[in-house]
Design a protein around this ligand. Structure first.
Ligand code: A3P
Length: 312
């Protein structure tokens, strides 16, 4: 699709506004932020996966920042000791970039050709919307999933920051209804989670499915699983030297949140890095949602995930 044709297509897409004021549009079965749709289509059309690529995939607010820090640390542990890790002075999003915004976005300055192989890349795209070369190549995909209730609340705080407004609890009712109807950035949530879940069941060597809650509960085991999946398992020697514990501490919520770069600096789009670090807890939704909202979400999950083996 050429630029002109793309502009014509974009004009025809259904649009909605999230209560926080963020414009989203519906493209081929999913909702995307309107400002990113151009890059999304370019990514779909032009990205050529390499067999050695690792793609980190998430629904927004599922712990992408954490996953990027963990994967970066695994991939680079022989290049930098933890005490000299770039993570001490760089936000994880600047070390592992998003395909659809950072490489293919309208004003992006990054070039995939400049990356050495093996590449570690990130995306929020649903599995069914990934470029075919990702599905046809032997590259590996790690999907980090999170309970939709926490994803929903986390996004509300994030959306307020994106819109430069204070978090407004009175918007929750309407935004919850939209989220449940699938109208959310990269939504519907269930399709996103279920597609990656199914892919991980069908091709476990190619797609690894992790849950934020499991990682919080048992970070060591899941970190080891991630390293093994990346083809870079920890050796017995590394384990006995405490490399795993040290790396997890480096990537921990408190450590990243309190670093100078994440406290005070901004990304290329002018957003402060501190917006990626809020509470980092499981179950914060309970401070915001009513019993009837919980019931609605639980019913939806039962219905959508029925028979899949996926649950929260
Ligand atoms: P909360 O808003 O619930 O605190 P993403 O990285 O996909 O944008 O997700 C952001 C969520 O992950 C936020 O959740 C944020 O606090 C949490 N988070 C960020 N870094 C983390 C880390 N190192 N460990 C655990 N959670 C982290």
């Amino acid at each position: 699709m050429g630029e002109e044709e793309m502009e014509e297509v974009l004009k025809t897409l259904p649009v909605e506004k999230l209560p926080e004021g963020i414009d989203i549009c519906f493209y081929e079965g999913h909702w995307y932020r309107s400002v990113f749709i151009h890059g999304i289509i370019k990514f779909q059309q032009h990205f050529k996966a390499q067999d050695t690529d690792l793609i980190l995939a998430t629904f927004p607010k599922s712990g992408t920042t954490w996953l990027k820090a963990l994967a970066f640390t695994i991939a680079n542990r022989n290049n930098y000791p933890v005490s000299e890790s770039p993570l001490l002075i760089t936000n994880p999003h600047s070390l592992i970039n998003f395909l659809e915004f950072d490489f293919y976005g309208k004003n992006s300055i990054l070039k995939l050709e400049d990356l050495p192989s093996p590449r570690v890349l990130a995306t929020h795209m649903p599995h069914s919307a990934l470029p075919t070369s990702i599905k046809n190549s032997n590259c590996r995909v790690v999907y980090l999933c999170r309970n939709p209730l926490d994803v929903f609340i986390s996004f509300r705080h994030f959306a307020a920051k994106l819109s430069n407004k204070p978090f407004d609890p009175s918007l929750i009712k309407e935004s919850f209804d939209m989220f449940c109807r699938g109208v959310s950035t990269y939504g519907p949530f269930w399709d996103h989670a279920l597609e990656y879940w199914t892919a991980s069941q069908e091709r476990p060597n190619k797609v690894l499915f992790l849950k934020y809650e499991d990682m919080k509960e048992d970070p060591i085991s899941h970190f080891k699983v991630l390293a093994k999946f990346m083809g870079l398992p920890f050796s017995v020697e590394e384990e006995s030297q405490g490399v795993i514990e040290e790396a997890l501490k480096l990537c921990s919520f408190n450590n990243l949140k309190d670093s100078e770069v994440n406290k005070y600096e901004k990304n290329r789009r002018g957003h402060p890095y501190n917006m990626f670090f809020r509470k980092g807890e499981v179950g914060d939704w309970a401070n915001y949602l009513t019993p009837s909202m919980l019931e609605r979400m639980n019913k939806l999950m039962e219905e959508k995930f029925a028979g899949s083996g996926l649950n929260f």
